[in-house]
Design a protein around this ligand. Structure first.
Ligand SMILES: Cc1ncc(COP(=O)(O)O)c(C=O)c1O
Length: 358
C-alpha cells in the first residue's frame, strides 16, 4: 500500500522557498584556510571567560532556567529596561517568529521594507500572514510615506531593521518616530546596535507600539549558541512569555550570556576595532573601479558590482577560502556583502579582490 503523505501538508507551503543560509565552513572543500565574511559574525570570537565557563560547567544534564531570570536581570542592567519587559529566545529569529504568532491571524498584513532581513518575510509566510512590501529607495532608505500609504485595517506589524541588513543603511530616530506615530505595532530590529550606538529604548515609555529586538550573534560572538532578546511593552512581554516554549535558551547559551555580560567591556573593545576596520574596508573598497560600496552602520559592507559577475567573484573568493555573501535579487542585483573581520581578514580580502581585477 502506498500512502500519499504530501496531500496532508498545508497547501500554502507548496511554494515556500525556505531561507538560503550561509554554508558551514567545514563544507567548504576548496581551501584549508577559511576566512568567514559571509554572516556578520564577530571574528574575534566569544569572550575568553565564555570558553572557560563552558568547559568548567558540569550541569548540562539539567534543564535550563525556563524564565531566563539571571540573564534577563543582567540585560535589565545593560539596557535600563525592566526585566519584566525583556524576553529571551533562541536567536532574535525566534522572537520574530513569536511576534508573528502573537499578532497575525491568517491574511493579516505585515509591512516589510525590502531589501531587508529575509526572516521577516519567512516567518510572515510561515504564520499565514500577508507580506506588504514597501521597497526602499535607490540608496536603500526607508520610504516612510510609502509605509503610510500601505496601511490598511489589516496591518498588524511593521518591521524596520536599524541599521538594515543586508544594506547597512542607517535610519534617523526622527524617521523612526514618524513610523511609530502611525500607531501600528512596530518592530525596530537593533541586531547591530552595538556597532552604531543608536537605540530607540528611550522612546519606549512614550510609544507602547514600539518593540525592540537585539541579539548576541553579532557583537557578542555567540552566533552559534543562538541567543537574542527583545524589549517589549509590559502587555506584549506578558503574552510572549506565555506563548514561548520554555527551554529555547539552552543551558550552554545561558552560561555564555552570563559570562559575556560580565566581560562586556572586552567584547565592546572588539566592536570598536570592527567599527574602525569598517572605515578602512569602506575606503579601500571604494578604490576598486568595479565595485560600489554602500555606507554601512553595521559590521558588514554591501557592494554592487559595476563590472563582472558577483557570483563569479564569490566563487573565486571561496576557492581561496574567503566566504562572502552574494545577492542577486530585485534591488540587489549583482551584489556582494562582506562582513568586517580583523585587520588581517581585510588584508586577505583586499589582496584577493585586487588579483581578480576588472
Ligand atoms: C537585522 C537582523 N535581525 C535579526 C537577525 C537574527 O539574529 P539571530 O542570530 O539572533 O537570530 C539578523 C541576523 O543576521 C539580522 O541581520
Amino acid at each position: 500500500m502506498t500512502y500519499d503523505v504530501k496531500k496532508y501538508i498545508r497547501t500554502d507551503l507548496e511554494g515556500f522557498a525556505g531561507y538560503s543560509a550561509c554554508k558551514a565552513p567545514e563544507l567548504v572543500k576548496t581551501s584549508n584556510r577559511i576566512i568567514k565574511l559571509d554572516a556578520n559574525e564577530n571574528l574575534y570570537g566569544a569572550a575568553p571567560a565564555v570558553r572557560q565557563a563552558m568547559s568548567a560547567f558540569d550541569q548540562y544534564h539539567i534543564y535550563p532556567d525556563a524564565t531566563q531570570f539571571e540573564i534577563r536581570r543582567l540585560l535589565a542592567e545593560y539596557t535600563g529596561v525592566n526585566m519584566e519587559q525583556i524576553i529571551c529566545g533562541a536567536g532574535s529569529d525566534q522572537l520574530i517568529d513569536l511576534l508573528l504568532r502573537l499578532f497575525i491571524n491568517p491574511g493579516d498584513e505585515v509591512i516589510n521594507c525590502p531589501p531587508t532581513f529575509a526572516m521577516y518575510k519567512f516567518y510572515t509566510d510561515l504564520n499565514r500572514g500577508t507580506v506588504v512590501n514597501v521597497p526602499r529607495d535607490a540608496d536603500y532608505n526607508v520610504n516612510i510615506s510609502g509605509i503610510k500609504n500601505a496601511l490598511t485595517p489589516k496591518t498588524k506589524l511593521i518591521f524596520i531593521a536599524v541599521p538594515n541588513n543586508p544594506t547597512g543603511t542607517a535610519i534617523s530616530k526622527e524617521d523612526i518616530i514618524q513610523i511609530l506615530d502611525l500607531g501600528v505595532p512596530t518592530v525596530v530590529d537593533e541586531a547591530y546596535y552595538e556597532f552604531t550606538g543608536q537605540t530607540m529604548i528611550s522612546n519606549m515609555a512614550k510609544y507602547p507600539n514600539l518593540m525592540i529586538l537585539r541579539t548576541f550573534s553579532k557583537w557578542a560572538g555567540l552566533a552559534g549558541l543562538r541567543v537574542g532578546y527583545g524589549l517589549f511593552p509590559p502587555v506584549i512581554a506578558d503574552y510572549l512569555s506565555r506563548i514561548k516554549d520554555p527551554y529555547s535558551v539552552n543551558i550552554a547559551a545561558d552560561t555564555a550570556v552570563r559570562q559575556t555580560m560580565l566581560q562586556r567591556e572586552y567584547m565592546l573593545e572588539t566592536v570598536k576595532k570592527i567599527v574602525h576596520e569598517r572605515k578602512r574596508l569602506y575606503t579601500e573598497l571604494s578604490k576598486f573601479s568595479w565595485l560600489k560600496p554602500y555606507p554601512s552602520a553595521a559590521n558588514f559592507i554591501l557592494c554592487k558590482l559595476i563590472k563582472g559577475k558577483a557570483k563569479d567573484i564569490q566563487q573565486a573568493l571561496e576557492s581561496e577560502g574567503i566566504l562572502v555573501r552574494c545577492f542577486d535579487a530585485p534591488m540587489m542585483e549583482n551584489c556582494l556583502r562582506f562582513s568586517v573581520g580583523k585587520p588581517e581578514d581585510t588584508d586577505a580580502l583586499l589582496k584577493a579582490l585586487g588579483e581578480m581585477g576588472e
